[in-house]
Design a protein around this ligand. Structure first.
Ligand code: NAD
Length: 267
């Protein structure tokens, strides 16, 4: 069965990648794409916008028409649009896949409200690989006791402004969950100077910054006589778009509810 997909904010960096990802997916059909009213690309062909062959579907400022045509809309835009997209999704019975980050409690509340009526998948990182790594982190940490020191090393490009990365913190949280502890109580986010020996049970973070690195994360379980390392290296932001399209296909026939990539991947 073909799933009819709409993409909000299609002229954006992620929007164009999402268009390309939908167009390369045989089980998906691109039925609409929106941009902010007055955007210079309104009317442009969505395939052309994605750098592919023309798709026969034009970029619109009419978000309602897109929601009406789609089974599911993928939203990587801005938190300011959440309320409006929730209203349209609920009104039209359209599922929502939300990758937009920076959500505040009122946006979360709006998504909860939508989830009572339609399927809503939301994740701050939609990469299949990263979400698989989160599942593995939880699983490995549940098996290995405090005899294995958990350290998380991440590297990103020189322009990144926050540290540790949101994904590194999510990995820490997943490992802490596996161990049945709260990350805040065991995290060592920075070390400097005479720190003393490493306390058992700590989850440590190390941050590297430089060049154009898209994103690399290694989760280390260091025990006596052996070390297990799980690494994910991102080389393209297209992984987020492909994960979002996978989530969109997964919503087909799914009951109303709030879901994460963990649900999508069956972890
Ligand atoms: P961007 O600024 O390039 O794109 C956002 C687009 O939304 C722009 O083209 C903008 O014109 C459009 N937009 C604004 N108002 C609109 C309206 N009323 N209707 C339709 N479109 C409208 O940003 P980006 O780099 O593509 O990132 C977008 C979001 O996705 C950010 O929140 C970013 O953090 C998030 N993101 C999430 C993941 C993930 O895996 N979940 C990965 C990468 C980026």
């Amino acid at each position: 069965m073909t799933v009819q997909i709409g993409v909000a904010g299609c002229a954006g960096r992620m929007g164009r990648m999402l268009l390309a990802a939908v167009l390369e997916t045989p089980a998906a059909r691109l039925v609409g794409g929106s941009e902010r009213p007055g955007h210079e690309a309104i009317g442009a062909d969505l395939g052309t916008l994605a750098g592919s062959a023309p798709s026969g579907v034009a970029l619109t400022e009419d978000a309602e028409a897109m929601f009406a045509a789609a089974d599911v809309v993928i939203d990587f835009t801005t938190p300011a649009l959440i309320a409006e997209h929730v209203r349209l999704a609920v009104g039209r019975g359209t599922s929502l896949v939300v990758g937009t980050t920076g959500l505040k409690p009122d946006h979360e509340a709006a998504l909860e409200e939508a989830a009572a009526k339609v399927a809503v998948v939301q994740a701050a990182n939609m990469s299949v690989g990263v979400n698989l790594l989160l599942g593995l982190a939880r699983q490995v940490a549940a098996v290995l006791d405090e005899g294995y020191d958990i350290e998380i090393v991440e590297m990103h490009h020189r322009h990144k402004v926050d540290a540790p990365s949101g994904t590194a913190l999510a990995l820490g949280k997943a490992a802490a969950e596996g161990r049945g502890v709260a990350l805040d109580e065991v995290a060592a986010r920075v070390r400097d100077g005479i720190t003393g020996p490493r306390p058992g049970g700590q989850i440590g973070f190390a941050t590297l910054r430089g060049g154009d690195v898209v994103g690399e994360h290694t989760l280390i379980f260091a025990g006596e006589g052996e070390r297990i390392e799980l690494t994910h290296k991102a080389t393209s932001r297209a992984i987020f778009a492909r994960g979002a399209v996978r989530a969109a296909l997964w919503t087909e026939g799914r009951p109303a509810g709030r879901y994460s990539m963990r649900d999508v991947l069956g972890l």
